[in-house]
Design a protein around this ligand. Structure first.
Ligand code: PEP
Length: 252
């Protein structure tokens, strides 16, 4: 069975002081969630202080982005080794990075290579726009993103399927719709890595997940957790999502 992952992407929110406060609220709420892997992806300045607060807990840290080069003249960027000092995960190719910062399947691929070479587990984001969805291009788009983004990498990764129209809009996909696309993604992963490996890869859903709809996603056959934006900024709301994942494991 694939252990579910509930990852919080805080985006460009929370100063270090605010981050500390949020983490101090999250930690006690997650104590019971022993069958769920909880990952926090705060802004970069909070990685070091939060790492200290998470010592001795089961909660893991990740970054929201990084460069593919090991070091050098890349003003404003984070090197893979800088992330790996504190985190075990890194979000790669989030749709906001693709839309606002020019990331492409090619740069995603470079970053996935660099993450794996540094011992980080990449959380690779894919997903279609509303126009692509309405033109029935979802499968084609996510298949291309997976094939191009994961060229010549290994299977030590996590995928987040995030339909762009569902991110931050309150308009989540239905569990069934998301599951269908995630099955397509798993089939492409099977082409790349073989069926056995593809069955082991966690594929998360992301897009307006909250406590009230989380169970609808987690009860689906192929959805292995969630990448959560807005609802990850409040301890209670985030814990409700993790509790829904925990509940699903307990049922199985
Ligand atoms: C995200 O940004 O990865 C995300 C899923 O955001 P939200 O949960 O706010 O839709």
């Amino acid at each position: 069975m694939r252990t579910p992952i509930v990852a919080g992407n805080w985006k460009m929110n929370k100063t270090v002081a605010e981050a500390r406060e949020l983490v101090s609220e999250i930690v006690p709420l997650m104590k019971e969630m022993t069958d769920v892997k909880v990952v926090l992806c705060p802004p970069a300045p909070a990685l070091l202080p939060i790492a200290a607060l998470l010592e001795g807990t089961q909660i893991r840290l990740g970054a929201q982005n990084m460069h593919w080069e090991a070091s050098g003249a890349y003003t404003g960027e984070l090197a893979p080794a800088m992330v790996a000092e504190f985190g075990r995960f890194v979000i790669i190719g989030h749709s906001e990075r693709r839309a606002y910062f020019g990331e492409t399947d090619e740069t995603v691929n470079k970053k996935v290579h660099a993450a794996q070479a540094t011992g980080l587990t990449p959380i690779v984001c894919v997903g279609e726009t509303l126009e692509e969805n309405e033109a029935s291009q979802t499968s084609a788009v996510v298949s291309r993103q997976i094939k191009e983004g994961l060229k010549d990498v290994n299977a030590d990764l996590i995928i987040a399927y995030e339909p762009i129209w569902a991110i931050g809009t309150g308009l989540a996909a239905t569990g069934e719709m998301a599951n269908e696309t995630i099955k397509t993604i798993r089939a492409v992963l099977a082409e790349l890595f073989g069926t056995a490996k593809a069955e082991e890869i966690r594929i998360l859903y992301g897009g307006s997940v909250k406590g009230s709809n989380a169970a609808e996603f987690f009860s689906q056959s192929d959805i292995d957790g969630a990448l959560v934006g807005g609802a990850a900024l409040k301890a209670d709301g985030f814990a409700e999502i993790a509790a829904a994942a925990q509940n699903e494991v307990t049922k199985k």
